[in-house]
Design a protein around this ligand. Sequence first.
Ligand code: ADP
Length: 167
Amino acid sequence: MEITLVQGDITEQRADAVVNAANSSLLGGGGVDGAIHRRGGPEILQECRGLRASRYGRGLPTGRAVATTAGRLPAKWVIHTVGPVHSASEDRSDLLASCYRESLRVAESLGARSVAFPAISTGIFGWPMDDAARIALDAVRQSGTAVEDVRFVLFDHDAYAVFEARL
Ligand code: ADP
């Protein structure tokens, strides 16, 4: 497995699967979630609604992952995962690590060979970038995944530099 870093927009990645920093409603939101639904088109939301109705009536739990079509994105699947909101009083690192592990597990079960991740929980959910980078890289390295190409897509130069230093 090879880990690569790119600075850019997750919706432009050509990868078998791109990971969405979703919220538990699966019905869209801001940040990565908003961008994926905007660029990917209504098919993704339609499948998310179906998942809400059939399997996740109470929402997708934090740390779990589920796949849908990628709609018009240049990928085969979107894997939606729900990151934890950062907390100063409670250690939620394992839930953040679980997002990466579970997304890779779902990717592997689909036969995806390349997966692109955003920096989950570092936007609206408030996780400090350096800590999130450490958790993300450790989780991927320790996952034992059969996915060959794991790409982190960092939106701005600062985030890229933090991941680069950790890698
Ligand atoms: P969360 O709710 O998990 O914190 P966000 O979507 O708010 O998720 O942000 C996660 C990270 O993704 C942030 O670092 C944000 O700057 C970055 N980001 C926002 N839009 C994009 C995009 N289109 N492509 C890649 N990264 C993005």
